[in-house]
Design a protein around this ligand. Structure first.
Ligand code: P6P
Length: 333
C-alpha cells in the first residue's frame, strides 16, 4: 500500500499532540524543495549547473552552482512558509531572520547541499535539515535562536540524491525513509522505522588524514582494521566524501562514521564538520535509530553552541562502536 510522505507526516504529527499543523506543513515544504533540488541534480550535466561559481563560502570552500541554487531555493521557500522565523545555513555567514510578516514559530538549521564536491563526478550528495523551536521572546527572532543544543531539536532529516532520491526524517518517533517515485513525483514510504543493524559491517573515515589523527583515533582505527594484540575480522571500509551518503549506508547496512579532530588545519582543531547543520541533525537521527553520536568523550547533542559555524569531532552510527571509541578516549585521559 502506497504511503506518501504527506500522509506519514500527518500521522506522525498526531503523535506530537495537538498542534496547529504548521509542523507538518513545514516538513511538507522541505519535501517539495527536495523534489526541486533532485530535479536539478538529475539534470546537472545538462543544464549548466555543474561547476563552481568562483566564490568561496564562509567555510572557505569552493561554492558550486548547485550550492547556490539549493541554498536560495530553501531560503526562499522557508522564508515565505509562515512557519519559520530564522534560518541558519552552512552557506551564509549570519542567520537569516525572516520578515515579521512571514515569521513562524520554528527555526531551521541546514546544509542545503552537503558534499557538493561530489557533483562534478556524479557521486552522491545531500541536503541536511534540523528543526528547532523559537526560543527568544517577542515576535522577531534573534540570531541566537539558531544557537541551540541538539537536544532541543524537534525534528531532523536529510535528503540523499543518490541512485535514487531518498528523504529520511524523524520527529522523535523513530526514523523513516521515503523514496522519490519520479513517475508520480511523490516520496513514498520505503524504510519504515529504520534502525542501525546490530552488526557493524563498515567504518567510514578519510584515511588520508591518518597522519594528523590523535592517539584515540589511531587506536580505534587499528581495532576496526583487526590490527594489534587482539586481532578481529576487519570491518569493510567505505567513504564517499558526503556525510549523508556515508551515514545512510551505515544506517541501512550497519556501520560507524568518523570525522574526528585532526591536526591537518590549525584553524579547524575540532575537525571539519559543522555542529548545527551536520552533526546535530545526524546525531538526532542516529539516536532515534538505535545508534549514538559522540564528539569523542560525550554526546554531541549536549554541546551548547556559541557560534553558528562551530565545528565538532563526529563519531556516529553503531552504538557499540561509538561506545568503544569513547572507552578508548577515556582510557587515554
Ligand atoms: P573530506 C562534505 O564537504 C563534508 O562536509 C561532509 O559531507 C563529508 O563527510 C566531509 O565533508 C568530507 O570531507 O575532508 O573527507 O573531503
Amino acid at each position: 500500500m502506497l504511503k506518501t510522505i504527506e500522509r506519514h507526516i500527518i500521522e506522525e504529527e498526531r503523535k506530537l499532540g495537538p498542534t496547529s499543523g504548521t509542523f507538518s506543513n513545514l516538513l511538507h515544504d522541505i519535501a517539495v524543495a527536495a523534489k526541486v533540488i533532485s530535479r536539478e541534480v538529475r539534470r546537472a550535466g545538462i543544464n549548466d549547473i555543474i561547476g563552481a561559481t568562483g566564490d568561496t563560502n564562509v567555510q572557505g570552500e569552493q561554492v558550486q552552482k548547485l550550492d547556490v541554487f539549493s541554498n536560495e531555493l530553501l531560503i526562499n521557500m522557508l522564508s515565505h512558509s509562515g512557519r519559520v522565523c530564522a534560518i541558519g545555513s552552512e552557506e551564509n555567514a549570519e542567520p537569516i531572520i525572516v520578515d515579521e510578516r512571514w515569521a513562524g514559530k520554528y527555526v531551521v538549521n541546514m546544509d542545503p547541499l552537503d558534499g557538493s564536491g561530489n557533483i562534478g563526478v556524479n557521486a552522491s550528495i545531500g541536503t541536511i535539515f534540523s528543526i528547532l523551536p523559537k526560543k527568544s521572546d517577542g515576535r522577531v527572532a534573534q540570531s541566537f535562536d539558531c544557537l541551540q543544543a541538539g537536544v532541543n531539536q524537534l525534528a531532523a532529516g536529510y535528503v540523499m540524491y543518490g541512485s535514487s532520491t531518498v528523504l529520511v526524517y524523524s520527529t522523535g518517533f523513530g526514523v523513516h525513509g521515503f523514496t522519490l517515485d519520479p513517475t508520480v513525483g511523490e516520496f513514498v514510504l520505503s524504510h519504515n522505522l529504520v534502525r542501525f543493524p546490530d552488526r557493524c559491517k563498515y567504518y567510514s573515515v578519510n584515511e588520508g588524514n591518518a597522519a594528523y589523527w590523535d592517539e584515540v583515533t589511531r587506536r580505534y582505527i587499528e581495532f576496526v582494521k583487526g590490527i594489534g594484540d587482539k586481532p578481529k575480522r576487519p570491518f569493510g571500509h567505505r567513504y564517499i566524501g558526503a556525510m549523508v551518503a556515508d551515514f545512510h549506508r551505515n544506517l541501512i547496512d550497519g556501520g560507524v562514521f568518523l570525522y574526528p579532530k585532526d591536526l591537518k588545519d590549525p584553524n579547524k582543531p575540532n575537525g571539519k564538520l559543522r555542529l548545527l547543520v551536520e552533526a546535530n541533525p545526524m546525531a538526532f537521527l542516529a539516536e532515534q535509530a538505535g545508534g549514538w553520536a559522540s564528539h569523542g568523550t560525550g554526546r554531541i547533542m549536549e554541546i551548547v553552541p556559541t557560534d553558528l559555524h562551530q565545528r565538532t569531532p563526529v563519531i556516529v552510527g553503531n552504538r557499540a562502536e561509538v561506545a568503544r571509541y569513547e572507552e578508548i578516549a577515556k582510557g587515554l585521559q
